[in-house]
Each structure stands twice: as C-alpha cells, then as structure tokens.
Write a protein that binds this ligand. Sequence first.
Ligand code: DAH
Length: 357
Amino acid sequence: MTDEIIPSLHDYAEPALDRAFAAVLDEARRQAENAHFDKEAFRLRWLGRKQGRLKMIGDAWLKSAPDEARKLIGQRFNSLKEQIEGYLEDGAQAVQNLETALDITLPGARQRVGIEHPLIKTMHEVVAVFQRMGYSVGVGPEVETDFYNFESLNFPPNHPARDTQDTLVVAGQEQKPLRERLLMRTHTSPVQIRAMEKHAPPLRIVIPGKVHRNDAADATHSPIFHQVEGLCVDTNITFSDLKGTLDHAMKALFGSSVKTRFYPSFFPFTEPSADVQISCIFCNGRGCRKCKHSGWIELLGCGMVDPAVFGFVGYDPKKYSGFAFGMGVDRIAMMKYGISDIGLLYSGDMRFLEQFA
Ligand code: DAH
C-alpha cells in the first residue's frame, strides 16, 4: 500500500482542492464497486490508522500546505473520510446482496422441459400420414364468411343442413349481405374452397385447424375442437381412391390390423357421402362398451366432391373429379391416449399434461 502513488497538491485555491479530493473519492468509489470487494482489505487500504491511504494523503497534503489552506483541506478531508466510510458499508452490503442472490449452496430450480400437447402431437401425426402420401399442408382463417363456411360448400341460405353445425356468429352484421357476414368457422372445409380458388388442379392438400361450434361442453363435446380436412382433385379420381387412401391412413394411425368400412351418409358438398368407421381398437371388433357393442367406431366424414362445389371455384367438373374428408382430431387423440373427458385437452392442468412428457 505504501508504494501506491500519493497524488500531489500544488494549487490550494478552492476549486483545485475540490478537484483533488473528488479524484481521491472517485478512486475509492471504484474500488468499493468492484465485484471482488473485500470489506477488510478496503478498510485497511483506506482507513488504516497508520498506513491507510487516507491518512497518508492527509499527512502529505497538510504538510506541504500553506497555513491559510489548512482549514480548507481539513474540512474537505473530514467529509472525504465520511464518504469513504459510507462506501465501506455500501460495498459490504452490495456483496451481501450478491451472495444472497447467488447462493450456490441452494438446491437448483428444476427446468421443466416442454413437450408437444397431446392434441397438437396427434394433429401433426395425422398430417404427417398424408404428407407421406404426397399431400401438401394448408391453413385458413378461423373467422370466416358465411360464403366460405356454408354457401360455397353447397349449403344454400336457410338450408336445413346448416342446422347440423350450431354456429357462433360475429354480432352486429345484420346490414351486410348474408354471404359476407362473419362467423367462427364450424369446420375446416372452407379452406378446401380457398385452396381451390388459389391453385389449379391437380391438388392434394390436408388442412389442420381449430373450429368452433355453439355446443355445450360435456365429456365428449367442446365448443372449440380440431379437425384435419383433406382434398384430392385430379382427372379420374374415384371412390376407390378415397377408400384406399383412408384405409391406409387409419392403419397408419391405429395399427395395421385396423379395418375400415364406409357407411352411406350425407354432406352437402360431397356426393355420394360416407361416414368412415374403423374396427374398435379397444376390443378388436368383438364388441365392448366403447363401441357400444357394435365392434365399430365412427371416425370421419368423406365423399366425392359435389360438382356444384367445383362450380363455385371454376374447376371443370367434366374434366376433374375428387374426394374430400374431414376428421376430428380431439376424438382421435382421446382414443389413442385413452382420455375420457375432452375438457382435459383444454384445461392446461399440469397433472394431466405431465403424463405425456
Ligand atoms: N366438414 C364436415 C364436418 O365438420 C366433415 C367432412 C365431411 C369434411 C365430409 C369433408 C367431407 O371434407 O368430405 O362435419
């Protein structure tokens, strides 16, 4: 410490004294703020009775000072000492704070690793099955117009088929023409129309997404759920192509022993239409509570694209044919993972979600 330079003082005018004392104070402050602050070393260095820097600077400066400057130096010296004593405490406090913040003896906080939500995981699996068959992937808006959600899919205004999809509409649009009014899409089928408007045939696309219906929530219903839609349009597409594609997809999703059967159904945008059933994955088709003792579980809707739909998008129905299908992702996820209440998929309950980690 003794070999440290003692700043020299030549000018005893007050501003010069102020500057000299400020420089010393600054030096002490920087040392007090050092990350490796050591209270005892700082105290010895600055405030040590015999070898302390403060004492040495004071002695040196007073010794050489003319009488009239002594008082000025003394006053400044006292205040400098007070401030350095303050730094001693501040520095000690800062170190203590840092030590509490970084107590390396505490056990570590476990970092939770995120996982894909079971619903999203299932949706990706379904999409991947079709991607491997050469399908591209598209998405569309969740707030749709009446035209895309219904009219262009061959649900005319006031047609009773609209009643099968209890619709949540955006309020206050009565002054708009019906086809422009906004609603929450009730299915992913409107994106078929948007895709065909954008792309000329041939077309093979799957469309995953969220849909909304005004359904009361219970163990198997949720006002928000998820679908994957599919559309394939080309020359010479037949019902056999539809059957082969969906049979393959169901086997890829549920295992190669699963069987499919096609049951006549109705959708305005397909003709003919069918519901697809798979052999019950819980009892292998023998009959159980899950399949209501029928051996079959209904899983999706499908059909050959109605020529009227091609009319809405400017595809030539004499030249092209196609099939479409739509399936509920939540149902598939519930079956795959043995989930009995759809609400669990939307609750964000960690006790449920952790089981998929
Ligand atoms: N959009 C239908 C629904 O939500 C499901 C559906 C059925 C989609 C047949 C299709 C289809 O593309 O061809 O109930």
